[in-house]
Design a protein around this ligand. Structure first.
Ligand SMILES: Cc1cc2nc3c(=O)[nH]c(=O)nc-3n(C[C@H](O)[C@H](O)[C@H](O)COP(=O)(O)OP(=O)(O)OC[C@H]3O[C@@H](n4cnc5c(N)ncnc54)[C@H](O)[C@@H]3O)c2cc1C
Length: 295
């Protein structure tokens, strides 16, 4: 029986694992990879090798520590987490079972794709799924944002503060009739298109997009149609909100004693590496306190 299992090897999970090891817990990190989304970057035409992920270096160090301590990690996919007599049983894709007194879920969230022609080829080459991370690269430029939810509208508003012109592509009505959406429509820097994105074009970088029957020249594209949290493996434990995110309190506790969560998989504001690092540290210390109280 392990003290703690951490699922997910991104910034949140790696940080939690390093903290748990420092506390001398009998811990195992199970993840499909080590590093998670820290490898995601964005190159934009005219900027040389822009690496904007802050905290990446720290994560590299944590990753190397885990690579070295091979007893503390298992490269595998977790399919299910179930309760067994007050403890947790974790079942993996390669048919292994691990038992622990506490679990931290740090499986992140994946951006939803549109799967239109050109999208896959231009990821990272002017095309990103995280305006909050890369908006600053578009000062006096002309980016496009696709999405009708509040996340996309906020991205358009942020971009309008610095860009020359913002093209906001609405695949559906979404939140555009909200008070925030109305303000955005009235902004002269924001051009709204009520049609689906059909194609992304460009050779080395995004050069234009096809929306309905128009081709629009752009310097970059943000697809902000939502995130899919990696919470499927705990679906039976009833700890998610309406968006499928794990609901946690300020101690990273879920509604289930002994089950903690950290990073993008949770309902915590907001998806950034440094936030995930902090949440991972908090979850590990919170789990440690839980285990101490259990005796
Ligand atoms: C396109 C893009 C660009 C970004 N750029 C930046 C940036 O420049 N700066 C910044 O601060 N933030 C950026 N972010 C956000 C940042 O990457 C995330 O906030 C951060 O990586 C979240 O860390 P995490 O540990 O919660 O999840 P993740 O990094 O997503 O890690 C999740 C881990 O869980 C593993 N996993 C998932 N499901 C399972 C399972 N069932 N079983 C086992 N393992 C599993 C994965 O393999 C992965 O190792 C960007 C995000 C995107 C999408």
């Amino acid at each position: 029986m392990l003290d703690l299992i951490i699922i997910g090897g991104g910034p949140a999970g790696l940080t939690a694992a390093v903290y748990a090891l420092n506390k001398r817990l009998n811990v195992l990190l199970i993840s499909e990879d080590l590093g998670g989304k820290t490898a995601y970057g964005l190159d934009v035409k005219g900027y040389e090798g822009h690496e904007v992920i802050r905290g990446g270096e720290m994560i590299e160090k944590f990753k190397r520590q885990l690579e070295y301590l091979n007893f503390a990690r298992e490269i595998d996919r977790v399919n299910h987490v179930v309760l067994e007599g007050g403890n947790f049983a974790v079942f993996t894709q390669s048919s292994k079972k691990f038992d622990a007194r506490a679990v931290i879920l740090a499986t992140g969230a994946l951006p939803k794709r549109l799967n239109v022609p050109g999208e896959k080829q231009l990821i990272g080459k002017g095309l990103s799924y995280s305006a909050i991370s890369h908006a600053q690269l578009f000062i006096e430029r002309e980016p496009a944002i696709v999405g009708s939810n509040l996340r996309a509208l906020h991205a358009a508003a942020e971009m309008a503060n610095i860009a020359k012109q913002v093209h906001l592509v609405l695949p559906e009505k979404g939140e555009i009739d909200s008070a925030f959406g109305k303000k955005l429509r009235a902004n002269p820097k924001v051009k709204v298109y009520e049609a689906p994105l059909k194609e992304v074009r460009g050779t080395d970088f995004v050069e234009s997009i096809v929306v309905g029957d128009q081709t629009i020249k752009v310097d970059g594209l943000f697809i902000e149609v939502g995130l899919t949290p990696g919470s499927k493996c705990v679906a039976d434990l009833n700890v998610t909100d309406v968006y499928g995110r794990i609901a946690v309190n300020h101690r990273c506790q879920t509604s289930h004693p002994g089950l903690f969560a950290a990073g993008d998989v949770t309902d915590v504001f907001i998806e950034q590496v440094l936030v995930a690092i902090g949440e991972g540290a908090k979850a590990a210390l919170s789990a440690y306190e839980y285990l101490l109280n259990q005796g």
